[in-house]
Design a protein around this ligand. Structure first.
Ligand code: 0L1
Ligand code: MG
Length: 262
């Protein structure tokens, strides 16, 4: 039976709005293809934009080999960053707005120029980039127990929930992205360390993959957008009072705190 994209988009939006877990789509349909999953993701974005949100950027997920092996896939996933999900510097994440959030460090590209695939290379990405900064993303799968298949997570906008972007950055080519380091700490304990090369060898090549993916759908990365290249370490649960700190070799420190909220 054909997948009703609008229905599943509304299903996921309700889960986001009502901060509750829902059953994975693949547990309820015979088959969910990658194309159907991206069509649900697009319909979900349309609903969000339709009620006044704007696009602040785009993201990749599953760009580290470790995360791909965990999911049994060889391709990254792509999603959107609505402006309402971007936290201001120092703004705590409100847990009452989220389901079961986790946090992870991100390499983030701020684009000066648009990138329209196909044929975009890592070099093109660096040419189009204003600066590269560190960030911390909050992922918050809307599915029960953070459990899903690849196509479920694509439909759910790759678990995107919030992102905090650091103030310090570097110009493209100012340093070797592959050897840049990140130490991720949660409540003072180091939970992961990684180099840029953990992201499929080169974070800029990840952004190129995203531009080329969008190009297949007649879409592009716009000038001024932020683009998350992916997490190089495991995501960690975010609880009330948690302080997550990503210390980058070249982008300073990004700190995210979580509050219970109202
Ligand atoms: O940003 C991400 O890496 C999320 C990818 C989707 C899988 C997950 O939710 O862990
Ligand atoms: Mg991420």
């Amino acid at each position: 039976m054909a997948i009703d994209h609008a229905h599943w988009a509304a299903y996921l939006l309700a889960a986001m709005d009502e901060r509750r877990e829902v059953q994975a789509i693949t547990k309820q349909v015979d088959e969910l293809s990658v194309d159907d999953a991206y069509a649900i993701q697009a319909a979900l974005l349309e609903l969000q934009l339709g009620r006044g949100d704007q696009l602040a950027g785009a993201k990749l997920g599953l760009t580290s080999v470790a995360k791909q092996e965990q999911m049994g896939v060889t391709e990254p996933v792509y999603g959107w960053v609505p402006a309402s999900t971007v936290l201001k510097a120092g703004q705590p994440a409100q847990l009452d707005e989220l389901v079961h959030p986790r946090c992870e460090p991100e390499f983030v590209f701020v684009l000066a120029d648009a990138l329209a695939g196909p044929g975009i290379t890592a070099n093109d990405v660096l040419d189009a980039t204003e600066k590269i900064v560190g960030g911390i993303e909050i992922i918050d799968s809307r599915y029960e127990a953070f459990s899903f298949t690849l196509t479920d997570v694509i439909a759910d906008n790759t678990s995107a929930a919030r992102v905090m972007i650091g103030a310090e950055g570097i110009a493209p080519r100012e340093a070797d992205l592959a050897t840049m380091g990140c130490v991720f700490e949660v409540d003072g304990a180091i939970t992961g360390t990684a180099a840029g090369a953990a992201l499929l060898g080169d974070p800029a090549a990840c952004v190129a993959m995203l531009a080329n993916h969008l190009g297949k759908h007649g879409q592009q990365l716009d000038a001024g957008w932020i683009v998350m290249a992916g997490a190089a370490t495991d995501a960690r649960p975010l609880a009330a009072g948690t302080v997550a700190t990503a210390r980058y070799s070249h982008f300073g420190t990004v700190t995210l705190t979580a509050e219970q909220g109202a």
